[in-house]
Design a protein around this ligand. Structure first.
Ligand code: MTE
Ligand code: MO
Length: 404
């Protein structure tokens, strides 16, 4: 059986700009010269790089901020634009062939259920996508993120499993599909409907939250106010923002977000339907330094960064430096991999902060490399197997700096 959506969508999707952005921005933003990305919070350039309708966190802006990403610098990935929903009229409908007692919840009803608080990262499946091109010379479609399409927060909300039980979830249920209340996504003139993606019932009943707080505050508009789904460790798109409807079905569900997008296509994935729909995020590491940062020779620098994996705990981070070059035909000298100090107890689906001192000796261009190993036994490879939409980049990234 072929998927109900053609692959054509895949190459067109990311060409779309801020559809629906008009009318949601505050006066301060309308006054600014930059094209309106449809995001409510301020996007100062020292905290974010704006990419179309999205805003990428600058990793250097996380240095010294503590474990969780402050809300003023948490990345935003919007298919269209942030809606400003009214919590008083908001409802969450639970319906479909997989529930015996369909019903709706108000925010107060959701908050009356036992609250769960947990820390988890949220990362876009396309995080690191730009390195397919810049490190591997491969053209891929989609937002050209560097490594900042990730943040970690302390989430608080109701368990999705509690809500499903209250709606009489049936043993025959197989898929649970949350839908967002943001504008329908139009790709090349074709309306793909609201952002929605099926979640297998096993994951839905496990550790998924209906989150209404982030770092102790109500969810900001841009991150799903008043309620979003939070699927720990999985591709960001599973964590549907502004959720208003959840269909529970006794048969598999499909949407463009699990047929055309968020699968791997390419020579390594010969099936015309691509890989299975993506679930868990992969592993990465990043330096809290600007690209091209200048570091003084003969001084000890406290290199800091973050490492994470969606498949298990981070067990080690190693750092290597490459110096030399200089342009005169001299080769680059590479240090061996040194073990960085981890500053947090590694936990599944969250990140750890790490650090390592470095004393560069000679001025010139240099590259910093960090490599994560996780409890799944996976270690960041030298290259990532190509896929057309540039998902799940996991290779070691060369971070260019200059020793002066
Ligand atoms: N309703 C809705 N949910 C959504 C999206 C969206 O555009 N609309 N984007 C998804 C994607 S692709 C990602 S990576 C995360 C980003 O969450 P954030 O913007 O809170 O960082 O939200 C997901 N949930
Ligand atoms: Mo994403």
């Amino acid at each position: 059986m072929s998927s109900p959506y053609t692959r054509r969508h895949a190459v067109k999707l990311f060409a779309a700009t801020g559809i629906g952005a008009v009318g949601v921005l505050g006066a301060a933003h309308r006054a600014s010269a930059a094209p309106a990305p449809g995001i409510v919070k301020p996007l100062p350039p020292e905290l974010f790089t704006v990419r179309g309708t999205n805003a990428e966190t600058r990793f250097e802006a996380l240095r010294g901020t503590g474990f969780h990403t402050p809300l003023d610098r948490f990345f935003v990935r919007n298919h269209t634009a942030t809606p400003r929903l009214d919590a008083r009229t908001w409802r969450l409908r639970i319906r479909g062939s997989g529930v015996a007692a369909p019903r709706a919840f108000t925010l107060a009803e959701l908050k009356a259920l036992p609250a769960v608080e947990r820390s988890a990262f949220l990362e876009c499946a396309g995080n690191g996508r730009s390195f397919f091109d810049s490190q591997q010379g491969q053209a891929v479609t989609g937002t050209a993120w560097r490594l900042g399409a990730i943040g970690s927060a302390r989430w608080r909300g109701a368990r999705l499993s509690d809500v499903l039980r209250l709606a009489g979830v049936r043993p025959e249920a197989v898929d649970v599909q949350p839908t967002g209340l943001d504008a329908a996504f139009v790709s090349d003139g074709e309306n793909l409907g609201h952002v929605r993606r099926p979640l297998p019932i096993g994951k839905a009943m496990d550790d998924v939250l209906l989150a209404y707080e982030m770092n102790g505050e109500p969810l900001p508009y841009d991150h799903g106010y008043p309620v979003r789904v939070l699927v720990p460790g999985w591709v960001g798109v599973a964590s549907v923002k502004w959720v208003g409807d959840i269909e529970v079905a006794d048969r598999p569900l499909a949407s463009p977000w699990n047929t055309d997008f968020y699968r791997l296509f390419g020579p390594a994935y010969p099936s015309p339907e691509g890989s299975a729909p993506l679930t868990r995020q992969t592993l990465k590491s990043a330096f809290e330094l600007p690209e091209g940062a200048e570091l003084r020779a003969g001084r000890t620098h406290h290199l800091t960064g973050r490492a994470w994996s969606g498949r298990g705990r981070v067990t080690a981070v190693h750092v290597r430096t490459e110096t030399g070059g200089g342009g005169g035909g001299r080769g680059w000298g590479a240090s061996s991999w040194a073990r960085a100090r981890l500053h947090d107890d590694p936990r599944t689906a969250d990140w750890v902060r790490w650090s390592l001192p470095w004393r560069p000796r000679h001025p010139g261009p240099a590259a910093l490399l960090a490599r994560t190993t996780d409890s799944d036994g996976t270690r960041q490879p030298v290259g990532t197997v190509f896929n057309e939409q540039g998902y799940l980049f996991d290779a070691i990234v060369r971070h260019g700096v200059r020793v002066v």
